[in-house]
Every structure is written in structure tokens, then in C-alpha cells.
Design a binder for this molecule. Structure first.
Ligand code: PSU
Ligand code: MN
Length: 301
């Protein structure tokens, strides 16, 4: 039974203790950014990682095989139609030989952990949804961040989530939540959410050391929240109307379909204004993650 395929480049980097940054594939698929922004996101994120001297490792299920690190010729496949694959779906995707299972944050963390990758970058994590008292909708991302010995670098949680409860949930799950050069937990398109980040950190070296202590004590993951670059941020007031409209348009949807649909609606309602912001934060997170991965590799050398 083929379990895990690690690309030659990623295997080589791991064997030599070089910096590696895991990436998810949902954001690049038809469940994430619209074409051609998805292709641009893939290019800019992987370029940003290489520019810092680290190796990108995209995760995906391809033809029923869990892959960590893709060949360039495979990039085209992850830009297309996908079946959303959270951690809970991996076993099913392998058994039913899904052609392209696009990994969410939770599935990516599981694959990174299996491959021995300690740093992972995404755009925004899933979290506690507004109205979760009724729907029970809390993303599997949160439990996976707590469980797996991997650092997740994100731009906070998407603004259509319940941010205070998302941070609270991570606290309950004993996850260190770090704000990167900020006192606030950022809100994806906006730098500010009004919610305090439990811990403020200043440098990649500091984050690498916190991660090393977590792993030595076998305590699970760390979350690093990096505010979107100021030039590309969309102020909260401007996006909240679009979010409200998107949520009311999708109020009858439940389960895994919620997040892709809400994101699509926000992009539509804002006339695509949310897309450049999304690209910018994804690239920035990849760059910060690579800087941490390089510092972490140095620490272990
Ligand atoms: N944030 C984005 N685009 C996305 C996602 C998050 O800007 O496509 C995806 C990520 O893969 C994340 C997933 O892990 O949505 C969370 O889905 P859910 O809320 O169903 O757990
Ligand atoms: Mn959900």
C-alpha cells in the first residue's frame, strides 16, 4: 500500500537538515482562489520560500497517493478541480483513490508531520464559525494545529469566523498563539481584529526557539499569526459589509462546503478586491515561514 510519496528534492533537503516549508493545496485549487490568481499565488508563494533559501513542499493527494513535494509538471493538476481533503478525509481519499484531493490546513499538517517537516505556511486557518452554537461548525484545522508538531504560519483567521472564540479555542487546546511583531491577532484581509494575540514575538529566531521547545517537550504545534502587509490590507469596515452579505447568501449551507463558498462570495461581492490581498498575505506568510524554517534548521545544526 503506497502511503506517502516525498519528492526527491524535499527528501534531500530533510536528510541534510535544510529548511523546508510545507504548503497546502486547497488555496490553489478550484476550491480556493479563482484562475489565474491561483497560479499567481502558487508561483509567488514558492518563489518567496526559495528566495529565503528554503525548499517548498506542497502537499496533495494525487491518484490516491499522499504527496509531499510536487514535481513542476504536477503543478498544473493542483490548479484544477479538487475534492476538499481535511485530515479526516485522508484515509478515505487513499482508499477511494481520489484523483486530486486538495489538502486543507489540517490535512497538510498531518502530511508534514508524517514527512518530518516542522514549518508550514497557509493564508488563513479555519476556526470557530459565527453561529457555531447552533451549527457546531468548528474547523478541524484547530485540533490539527494542537496535535501535530508543526508550526503553522497564517495571517490570522478569516474575518467571517468568530475570531475571539477561535483564539479562545486554541487556548483551551493548549496551543501557543504568537503575534508576529503585533499585539493583536490579525484578521486576514485586515491587520487588526481588536482581539489580543496571547504572545507577541519579534523575530524568526525567537519563533524557531519556541518551536524547538515545543517539539522537545512533545507538546504539539504552534500558531504564528502574521498581519497582512499594510499596503495590501483591506480595512475591517470595508470588508464587513461584504462578509455579512456573503454569509446571508450562504446561510443554508453546512459542513465542508461553507468555507469555499463564503470565500467565493466575498470575492464576487468585493468585485475581486479581496484577491490581491489574498495573494499578498499568502506570499508574505510563505516568506516569514521560510525565515523561521532557516532559523530552525540553524538551531538544530
Ligand atoms: N483560507 C483561505 N482560502 C482557503 C482556506 C482558508 O483564504 O481556501 C481553506 C484552507 O485550506 C483551510 C480550510 O484549511 O479552508 C478550512 O476549511 P473548513 O472551514 O471547512 O475547516
Ligand atoms: Mn467546517
Amino acid at each position: 500500500m503506497p502511503q506517502l510519496r516525498i519528492s526527491a528534492e524535499v527528501q534531500d533537503a530533510l536528510a541534510h537538515g535544510h529548511a523546508v516549508v510545507g504548503l497546502e493545496s486547497t488555496i490553489y485549487s478550484n476550491l480556493g482562489l479563482p484562475s489565474p490568481a491561483n497560479h499567481e499565488a502558487l508561483q509567488r508563494s514558492t518563489d518567496a520560500i526559495r528566495a529565503q533559501g528554503a525548499v517548498p513542499a506542497i502537499t496533495a493527494i494525487l491518484d490516491g497517493v499522499a504527496c509531499v513535494g510536487l514535481e513542476p509538471r504536477e503543478h498544473e493538476r493542483i490548479l484544477g478541480p479538487a475534492q476538499k481533503t481535511a485530515e479526516r478525509d485522508i484515509a478515505v481519499a487513499l482508499t477511494q483513490r481520489w484523483q486530486f484531493g486538495a489538502t486543507t490546513v489540517s490535512a497538510s499538517l498531518a502530511l508534514c508531520a508524517a514527512a518530518g517537516i516542522s514549518v508550514f505556511a497557509t493564508g488563513g486557518i479555519g476556526g470557530v464559525h459565527l453561529g457555531s452554537e447552533e451549527t457546531g461548525d468548528i474547523s478541524g484545522d484547530l485540533g490539527a494545529i494542537a496535535l501535530h508538531p508543526v508550526l503553522t504560519v497564517c495571517a490570522g483567521a478569516k474575518a467571517f469566523l468568530n475570531i475571539p472564540q477561535t483564539v479562545e479555542f486554541l487556548e483551551t487546546e493548549a496551543v501557543p498563539v504568537l503575534g508576529y511583531q503585533t499585539d493583536e491577532f490579525p484578521m486576514f484581509y485586515a491587520r487588526s481584529s481588536g482581539v489580543r494575540a496571547p504572545v507577541r514575538v519579534e523575530s524568526p529566531a525567537e519563533v524557531a526557539e519556541i518551536l524547538a521547545h515545543r517539539l522537545i517537550w512533545d507538546q504539539g504545534g504552534v500558531l504564528l499569526a502574521v498581519p497582512i502587509p499594510a499596503a495590501d490590507a483591506i480595512p475591517a469596515e470595508e470588508i464587513l459589509g461584504a462578509i455579512e452579505a456573503a454569509l446571508s447568501r450562504t446561510s443554508d449551507v453546512r459542513g465542508a462546503a461553507v468555507t469555499p463558498l463564503v470565500l467565493e462570495q466575498i470575492a464576487e461581492i468585493t468585485g475581486g478586491r479581496s484577491i490581491p490581498a489574498n495573494l499578498s498575505l499568502a506570499e508574505n506568510n510563505a516568506s516569514v515561514a521560510a525565515q523561521v524554517a532557516v532559523a530552525f534548521a540553524r538551531l538544530l545544526a
